[in-house]
Design a protein around this ligand. Structure first.
Ligand SMILES: *Cc1c(COP(=O)(O)O)cnc(C)c1O
Length: 460
């Protein structure tokens, strides 16, 4: 097989789709730190988490030992509608760059939500339905998660309440309408429909909202209504687990043609797509079976890995969620208003944080103008208009390919292309008009965020 010519697109047969998710925690010697109860600083128990999350998802969240978790048949069948996602050999980009490197990308934008988020949305909606719930609540920033979840809820006939960061609600009316078309209720956050929303509005009148604030509202809405639970589209262990379908498909497809990546690159917001892509490869690395260079890419304006602290922190502005140990900029950190490219959450998946801390992965921060230059270059030769988030990975993939051009190395580069950018044209417009600027927070800006870290006994 190894010598077969590599097609532009490597697809898998339906029968080759993953039937189990891979739980990388099982192979980690240093497990990710547990979620802590913010009142007692003791690890959260299943009983404490179950009023907030679905029972089966709590089990997945706390499972550090089972390497493989069966994907229920209903979910496998839903995946069949839009998966396998294509693994593409970027022949055209390679040629344009004049690089000896071989570039591959796994494209997750082939569904209506336009991103990988549907992979976890459908799983979370399934478990909510199975538990007999009426519906779920969530937050959304740019809108991809809310869209994916509203599609999943429509499929299982569940009510879906989305708290959308106010600035996005106003700037992205089309995303909002997609969600409403799928039957979701969309509320701009902060709102006066929750206690925490009213408190934030009183303290910061005229605020345009943040993800951390919308999370607080969605959690309150779930815990104060009978038959509702809260679901989250990134950061959590369970989300990363569901996203491993990306990495598992990629690995099977590459193995069919005897391809082994040298470098694996993904953008990192809360870490779910990157974690999903790298998990099976990181597992081999953890078990000493193979080695890969893994690179997380984040915006220089929201640099959780490269300039954040590895500490317990609040996951939301209202400080009602459990504490998570992660690379964080502090829950009070809000990226500058000129930041257009998504990936603006202050923290990072605990799993990826631990892998990074243990040196199994590196991280790079890139500036948004350079990200949009890469997006434009990619769009013009590969035909896909990428999401700004995904374009962070494109930037570093191009940088690595250009390094190969200098050294003559024929490295195999794999990156995750998480989605399409059709709803991000305001950001593209800014770039096209030459109005995009780069902002890098000063150390003093970051200190303000760090000052708000909770006083957890172990980090005092
Ligand atoms: C949400 C999103 C991301 C970032 O989220 P992760 O959890 O870090 O994967 C990246 N790309 C796209 C297109 C997204 O919608």
């Amino acid at each position: 097989m190894a010598n077969r010519e590599i097609p532009y697109k490597i697809y898998l047969e339906e029968s080759e789709l993953p039937k189990q998710w891979y739980n990388v925690r099982a192979d980690m010697k240093n497990k990710p730190a547990p979620l802590l109860n913010p009142a007692t600083f003791k690890p959260m128990t299943a009983e404490e988490l179950e009023p907030v999350f679905c029972k089966e998802l709590v089990k997945q969240e706390l499972d550090d030992t089972d390497p493989w978790i069966d994907i229920p048949e209903e979910i496998v069948n839903f995946y069949k509608m839009y998966r396998p996602s294509p693994l593409v050999r970027a022949y055209c980009l390679e040629k344009k760059l004049g690089t000896p490197a071989k570039i591959y990308y796994k494209f997750e934008g082939n569904n209506t939500s336009g991103s990988h988020k549907l992979n976890s949305a459908i799983a979370q909606a399934y478990y909510a339905k199975k538990q007999g719930l009426k519906g779920v609540t969530t937050e959304t920033g740019a809108g991809q998660w809310g869209t994916a979840l509203s599609m999943a809820c429509a499929y299982f006939d569940l009510d879906c309440k989305v708290y959308m960061v106010k600035v996005s609600y106003e700037q992205k009316p089309f995303r909002r309408e997609v969600m409403r078309t799928y039957g979701a209720t969309v509320t701009p956050s902060p709102s006066d429909t929750t206690e925490v929303g009213r408190k934030i509005l009183a303290e910061h009148p005229g605020t345009s909202g943040s993800l951390g604030c919308a999370i607080s509202e969605a959690v309150e809405a779930a815990t104060s209504q009978e038959g509702y639970r809260y679901v989250l589209g990134s950061v959590l262990n369970q989300v990363l687990l569901h996203q491993t379908v990306i990495g598992l498909e990629t690995k099977t497809a590459m193995e069919k043609y005897g391809i082994k990546p040298d470098v694996i690159i993904g953008c990192a917001g809360g870490g779910s797509n990157l974690g999903g892509l790298i998990s099976p490869f990181a597992g081999e690395k953890l078990r000493g079976e193979a080695d890969y260079q893994i690179i997380a890419v984040e915006p220089a304006s929201c640099p959780s890995f490269t300039r954040g602290k590895f500490a317990y922190d609040f996951c939301d502005t209202g400080k009602i969620c459990p504490l998570a140990k992660m690379y964080t900029l502090g829950s009070g950190f809000i990226p500058s208003a000129n930041h257009a490219g998504g990936l603006r959450y202050h923290g990072m998946s605990s799993i990826l944080s631990q892998l990074y801390h243990d040196g199994l992965m590196e991280a790079r921060a890139v500036e948004q103008t350079a990200v949009f230059q890469a997006a434009e270059q990619f769009a013009r030769v590969e035909g896909i208009l990428p999401a700004p988030e995904s374009s962070h990975a494109i930037r570093v993939a191009i940088d690595e390919a250009l390094k190969c051009k200098e050294t003559g190395e024929e490295k195999t580069i794999l990156f995750g292309l998480t989605g399409t950018g059709y709803f991000d044209m305001t950001a593209y417009e800014k770039y096209n008009n030459g109005e995009m600027t780069d902002y890098i927070p000063t150390d003093a800006d970051l200190e303000t965020g760090f000052a708000g870290l909770p006083r957890v006994p172990e980090q005092m």
